[in-house]
Design a protein around this ligand. Structure first.
Ligand SMILES: [Zn+2]
Length: 458
């Protein structure tokens, strides 16, 4: 079993200031007299009872009793074991761990993968800014109206049109091809019984994807020329670091604004999110075209009370809005939905009409329930019994997701208003509906080894 020498643990502890570490996870942490305070990340509360003591280097929550040292905080917050927590903090303060009894399989690999991603992002970024090959990519970004400050802030890059552009340089730096494969940066190919590797990303503009701490954990590569063959986007595959259904693009940069405003705006594309940040909307993240999952909802719920979904006006966008609303409501987030003008995305809208056009839409966006009734009203004939009942059923499905009765009640009243039904009738139907649906609709437990299993909702 991998062990970390006691002296190493103490060295890491000595170099880590718990106020800084906790503050990196919880940007709302503020000094209050002799301690630091914020809302507890381990239980739900409205007034802060979570404290961090600088002098004693411990944290303690007077609400739920959580407490301990800096390692305990990382363990509890990131839900990792002690060894992983120590290695996370070791990396933060630049202490190298020499394990007793061999490298731990998982965290050892992770360390290398983090470094590899950092190096790869720097390489792609350099290629974009400085290389002759990067000229077309620079032109592309200029045409997309992304200035160099934004390119630097988001560390946008360019993967050269070579089979071993990144691979060759990484091997020279001492990485192994298998490590690049594990990072999803190289693809293995077999010829005549011999395995070789080549770069996954070639001739693409590269968008680094970061975790919530700002570490690069994956990439999205975009073609520059529509006429070119191949997918518009190539993304990193699922790796030890990169779990698509947990990551929201730009979350690391948006986190502070999300905490300050207690709300998050979710757009679809990376460039949409980048444009919003450039225009001064800093609480914006991108779903990157994947369906939003429970993990995304949990992540946002840690920092916000409200989510505003900004989705394309096409049928797929509307359907996505509904299923996402259900997931967020199930996690006790308020949801509002912005429908963009046809054929616009946040990027094009801001470029054409300025950021205010988007913020106006955000400020006046209807709640998920109003959005649903409006949408269904356009699809169903409300003059027929069957049409009306289908709308009622959809509304009940949405309200049913909400676990809190106190939150459900106003939803019922609002729906009753919108549908011109008595609240009493609606809540009776809701109860009947819940009784009938319960066995079939019970949340499916995630199969072992796949904690990211998304909700089974369409
Ligand atoms: Zn607590």
């Amino acid at each position: 079993m991998a062990m970390i020498p006691k002296e190493t643990i103490e060295e890491i502890r000595a170099r880590c200031n718990i106020v800084e570490v906790v503050g990196a996870y919880l940007p709302e942490l503020r000094r209050r007299g002799s301690t630091y305070k914020c809302n507890c990340p381990f239980h739900k509360e409205k007034t802060p009872s979570f404290t961090v003591n600088d002098a004693r280097q411990i944290f303690h929550c007077f609400g739920c009793g959580a407490g301990g040292d800096v390692f305990r905080f990382v363990m509890d917050y990131e839900k990792v074991d002690f060894v992983t927590a120590v290695s996370v903090l070791a990396e933060r303060v630049g202490v190298e761990i020499v394990y007793e009894g061999g490298q731990p399989e998982k965290s050892g690999n992770k360390d290398v993968l983090y470094k590899l991603h950092t190096d790869a992002a720097a390489f792609y970024h350099r290629m974009l800014l400085d290389s002759a090959e990067g000229a077309e990519a620079r032109r592309y970004l200029e045409e997309r109206d992304l200035p160099v400050e934004i390119i630097k802030e988001f560390q946008i890059g360019f993967a050269p049109n070579e089979w071993e552009g990144l691979l060759g340089r990484a091997l020279k730096k001492g990485y192994e091809a298998e490590q690049l494969e594990a990072a999803g940066l190289a693809v293995p190919s077999e010829r005549g019984g011999k395995v070789s590797h080549y770069d996954r990303f070639r001739n693409r503009v590269m968008f680094p994807i970061c975790d919530q701490m700002g570490r690069v954990i994956g990439f999205s590569g975009r073609i520059m020329n529509k006429a070119e063959k191949g997918a518009k986007y190539v993304n990193s595959p699922e790796t030890l670091l990169f779990r698509k259904n947990r990551v929201l693009f730009a979350f690391d940069k948006a986190r502070k604004a999300i905490v300050d405003e207690r709300r998050a705006i979710v757009v679809e594309g990376q460039i949409d999110a980048i444009r919003c940040h450039q225009a001064g909307l800093h609480n914006v993240v991108a779903s990157q075209g994947t369906a939003l999952t429970e993990n995304h909802a949990r992540l946002i719920k840690r920092y916000a009370d409200e989510v505003i979904l900004v989705l394309d006006a096409d049928a797929a966008g509307l359907k996505a809005a509904l299923s996402s609303s259900e997931i967020f409501i199930a996690h006790e987030l308020s949801v509002r939905v912005v429908t963009l003008p046809e054929k616009e995305d946040p990027d094009s809208l801001i470029k054409k009409e300025g950021a205010k056009a988007l913020t106006d839409l955000v400020e006046t966006a209807p709640g998920a329930l109003d959005f649903l009734v409006d949408l269904m009203g356009k699809q169903e004939d409300m003059n027929t019994e069957a049409g009306r009942m289908r709308v009622v059923q959809s509304v009940l499905n949405l309200i049913r997701q909400c676990p809190s009765a106190a939150r459900r009640d106003p939803m019922i009243n609002r729906a009753a208003d919108l549908l011109n039904i008595s609240p009493l009738a609606l809540s009776q139907d809701l109860r009947r509906n819940q009784a009938q649906q319960r066995p079939a609709q019970r949340r499916i437990p995630a199969p072992a080894g796949d904690p990211d299993h998304p909700r089974r909702r369409v």
